[in-house]
Design a protein around this ligand. Sequence first.
Ligand code: FAD
Length: 694
Amino acid sequence: AQLDTLDLLVLAALLAGTIAYFTKGTYWAVYGDPYASSLANGNGAAKAQKSRNILEKLDESDKNCVVFYGSQTGTAEDYASRLAKEGSSRFGLKTMVADLEDYDYDNLDQFPDDKLAVFVLATYGEGEPTDNAVEFYEFFGSDDVSFSEGGSAQDKPLSSLKYVAFGLGNNTYEHYNSMVRNVDKYLTKLGATRLGAAGEGDDGAGTMEEDFLAWKEPMWQAVCESMGLEEREAVYEAVFEISEKPDLSAEDATVYLGEPNKNHLEGTQKGPYNANNPFIAPILESKEIFTTPSRNCLHMEIGIQGSNLSYTTGDHIAVWPTNAGKEVDRFLNILGLGPKRHTVIAVKGLDSTAKVPFPSPTTYDAAVRYHMEISAPVSRQNVSTIAQFAANDEIKAEMIKLGNDKDYFHEKVTDRNLNLAQLLEIVSNGQPWSKIPFSLMIESLLKIQPRYYSISSSSFVQKDKIAITAVVESTEKVGAPHIVKGVTTNYLLALKQKQHGEPNPDPHGLEYSITGPRNKYDGIHVPVHVRHSNFKLPSDPSKPIIMVGPGTGVAPFRAFVQERAAQAKAGQNVGKTVLFFGCRKASEDFLYQHEWDQYKEALGDNFVMHTAFSRDGPKKVYVQHKMEEYGEELNKLLEQKAYFYVCGDAAHMAREVNTLLGKVIAKYRDVPETKGESIVKAMRASNQYQEDVW
Ligand code: FAD
């Protein structure tokens, strides 16, 4: 039978529907509402529909360079986008940035030799991959890695792959930069060719940015030589298109005023709550737990009832901060955006691979207040890029000097703890920088990061309430024009003050928008999600435990002791529970001083607390001294297979405790110190030694 016009129309409509259905993941999620796609990713939906084929993606978007990132706190992601931008503006590479989690790797044996793969890889915790790099790392780390074309480890399947690698690590951890080191090893073994050195940035030495800057110049040279590229005068190309929407009002229901995603915008927050979708949780209780007026430490109880969020003792809670009004004002004013802060803007990636880091349409105010890390230290590389937008040659010359001269930059910027807006204010003498494209600011600043806190309550005792113990960050420095006020902890302090109807005793007038977008956080709420950790009590409570937690490092141990006290009360057999705690003065910052007595009542002699005060006497006493003093007892418990836990400062304390423990073991078991060290290593490997450090 012949098809008539109506049949054709019906068929065409069906076909269009089918194509739309099958391409939905690939195109709609990416181009339509980029944030929706990341939300969906987090919820595990839509993800399967998106193409995971990087070769296809490169072809489709006409790129010849992909910069992959394995990032936990956003720094590696930021470095990846900086490399992508630089590759494009200086060398004409056609670059894209890619989240390691979004692609498969079994076709890298077909990676064309005229293209380039860049890996920017952070190492997390004990030499682990970041959450988004787990699958990638497991793929290459496996003994029988195999590729789609059947290549195996023996016949150099990756011989056409050219790559560049940079790692972000912390030398205070034992497995320093192990991600980049191992990945580099695996790729080379499989026949891939690295261009330039494998760079290593060291957060522990505080030289991450400088390590990165020093590494990348020779790396670019090697890339140019290998790929026949020539450097050209860098031209700034905006990554995002910002269109102002005078027809939309900030009150319009479709405009994001800080809501993290669509559910929140539409007024009904819906789970599952996770790193892409926070729960707006009530703060049920808040109090100050230092007894000195000069410093603050907050104890808060955050309600999760009805959210379907759950935690187990030892987990972390992430708090989503809001920037201080004072810094939001400074930032908008110095860019000349003050008067139009509430203008509605639509933000769109100018390239199909660019991800807009916050939902749109929004306003300048909301983007800056809720989504951009505006108070962080300034990157020297960004200063060079911003120079071209100076109002006059004198300001431009100063910015170029700051960007090029490492020592000058340190003296004028790093040593004075400036954030970007503070620096711009100083350099231009307060004159607005109206020529800076807003896109450049979105590109230059990190997406605001939720901050983690070790949960200080036991889920066995209070499953619907999460306690946190947080020291309020405030860093004053001689010669610095501003006091650095920690973003999240000062926001929490403001919430606590509001809850108690206290006048704002903060002389710095930070002024947070406590009621949140459209008053959705009214009544003392804070956006949170929970991150599960491996820092866990032994499943058998009769096993002995030893905990070392000075300062806020005691947070998870309050939870551990609370749990064991409750277990003892419930008639369970609870083993020896030893806590080493340290602080400055018993009268100032002895956290939970009176609570420990209650736990002691429940646990009796099985609970032992050793305290070290560093400023109470003529001699500074730290937890390490106490560990030495009670070395014999420590060793005895370890011989009874006690679990050993350390929490708090990663840079010094945790490292010293590790070394000291090896010495204590050596002394009391009468073995050489090297043997003591290897016993500690074995304890770590078998999870008998656990760390929760930051
Ligand atoms: P931020 O704004 O992030 O600033 C932090 C510090 O960075 C400042 O104090 C300053 O030294 C520096 N800084 C910031 N801006 C500048 C600038 N412009 N120039 C120079 N320096 C600058 N903390 C706790 O109190 N309790 C816990 O139980 C706890 N548990 C944690 C568990 C984990 C797994 C992790 C990773 C961290 C944990 N932390 C904990 C630390 C916590 O996550 C935050 O880092 C801390 O509270 C500071 O956050 P903030 O937003 O207030 O400060």
